[in-house]
Design a protein around this ligand. Structure first.
Ligand SMILES: Cc1cc2nc3c(=O)[nH]c(=O)nc-3n(C[C@H](O)[C@H](O)[C@H](O)COP(=O)(O)OP(=O)(O)OC[C@H]3O[C@@H](n4cnc5c(N)ncnc54)[C@H](O)[C@@H]3O)c2cc1C
Length: 367
């Protein structure tokens, strides 16, 4: 039996970034537990790797905005950039999509309206007859989720953190002063448990006998296909969220943007969804997506209000969950928010300046 000052459960970007922030804040004997033999095997390793200002619900947008400078500061620390510019082009091809674009997308702060002609100039593969209206987000980027995860991992280890892989938490019980965690061949006592287990977070809350958050995992599929891409093409997204496409090296990354509800697990791509992505992108472009190089799927996990959940669910038992489709682009600010909330410290000024309000993320809002 061993003891820890804090145990973070989950070795994706959420767990790794929060563990690094807690260790940097001076929490003693921090331990991170990951069920799989390696870290970042689930959603974190399967994203579209985009950073898009204006993406998501209001509180999520605040975290995306607050993460921008923090990405740069992390890049300086690491000597490696975690963001590379790739503007976003929102495309409305039908009257319904044009209504959605005008009502929901163009009013967002970083989105600038483009004429259809400008949209085609910025993405020459777009068929002129397939664009009625368009929006542009200039300060969007490709992110480097695995590089970011590795940087947080190095910081955690350098601050004395211990990482245990192939270490699934299979039982949890309160001890009066903290929690006892059961692992298959071992046990661990700790003052504070942080559940950052993505789609599995509600299952862990159930193990602890704590109220659930109502998290739902949704499968989303990505395919990498051969097509005539240009390296500096934008990240193009349909205004109705029915497809997206962007260059991925010499190939094209496409998704049908589906949201198929699933139980937590190892999501697999569905052939029909891959075919839909190709068909929808082919319908609006001259890209002629051809054979599929590879495809994968991952689970995007949302709370009922589609906003991140950060805070204590029971004494000594906290959650950082419900990152949805924004767990990479919000990671730097979300990890800083979690560390300050869990340690009862003052919110950093940069987060406050961007409108990050801890109460908007607290689990009690879901009661
Ligand atoms: C197709 C797709 C595209 C996306 N595109 C973007 C994008 O462009 N930009 C963006 O910001 N986000 C994007 N996302 C979302 C982003 O990837 C997620 O929000 C983020 O990776 C979630 O990280 P996480 O650490 O919460 O979850 P995960 O990476 O799933 O990590 C949870 C970990 O908990 C572990 N675990 C579970 N149960 C236990 C247990 N009992 N004991 C120990 N460990 C346990 C799991 O094994 C897992 O490793 C996308 C997601 C998908 C699927």
């Amino acid at each position: 039996m061993s003891t820890a000052g804090v145990v973070v459960v989950g070795g994706g970007i959420a767990g790794m970034s929060v563990a690094a922030e807690l260790a940097a804040a001076g929490v003693e004997r921090p331990v991170l537990l990951e069920a799989e033999p390696e870290l970042a095997r689930h959603t974190t390793g399967r994203s579209a790797a985009s950073y898009i200002p204006g993406h998501g619900s209001g509180p999520m947008r605040a975290l995306v905005a607050a993460s921008r400078d923090r990405f740069d500061a992390l890049a300086e620390e690491a000597g490696h950039a975690f963001l590379r510019p790739r503007p976003v082009l929102h495309v409305a091809s039908t009257p319904d999509e044009e209504r959605t674009l005008r009502a929901e997308i163009l009013p967002l702060d970083p989105v600038e309206e483009l004429t259809p002609g400008d949209a085609v100039r910025r993405w020459p593969a777009l068929r002129p007859d397939a664009v009625r209206a368009a929006g542009w987000v200039a300060d969007a980027h490709d992110a480097d989720p695995i590089g970011l995860h590795q940087h947080y991992r190095r910081c955690f280890r350098a601050a004395g953190g211990e990482i245990r892989t192939a270490a699934p938490v299979v039982g949890m019980a309160p001890t009066g002063t903290g929690w006892h965690l059961d692992l298959p061949d071992d046990g661990l006592d700790t003052d504070l448990v942080v559940l950052a287990a993505g789609a599995w977070t509600d299952r862990l809350l159930a193990l602890a006998g704590a109220p659930l958050l109502g998290l739902q995992a949704y499968r989303r599929t990505i395919a990498i296909v051969r097509a005539d891409v240009r390296a500096d093409d934008p990240f193009a997204v349909s205004a109705s969220d029915s497809w997206y496409a962007k260059p991925e090296g010499q190939y094209l990354l496409v998704s049908p943007s589906e949201e198929t509800p699933q139980d937590p697990g190892d999501a697999r791509p569905d052939e029909l969804d891959v075919a839909l992505a190709l068909e929808r992108v082919a319908a609006v472009t001259t890209l002629a997506p051809r054979s599929v190089v590879t495809a994968w799927a991952g689970q995007r996990t949302f709370a009922p209000d589609r906003t991140l959940v950060v805070g204590e669910r029971a004494p000594g038992l906290a959650v950082v969950a419900g990152q949805g489709g924004s767990g990479i682009e919000t990671a730097p600010a979300a990890a800083a928010l979690a560390a300050t909330v869990l340690l009862g410290r003052a919110l950093p000024d940069d987060l406050r300046r961007h409108g990050v309000e801890p109460g908007s993320y607290h689990p009690d809002r879901l009661l």
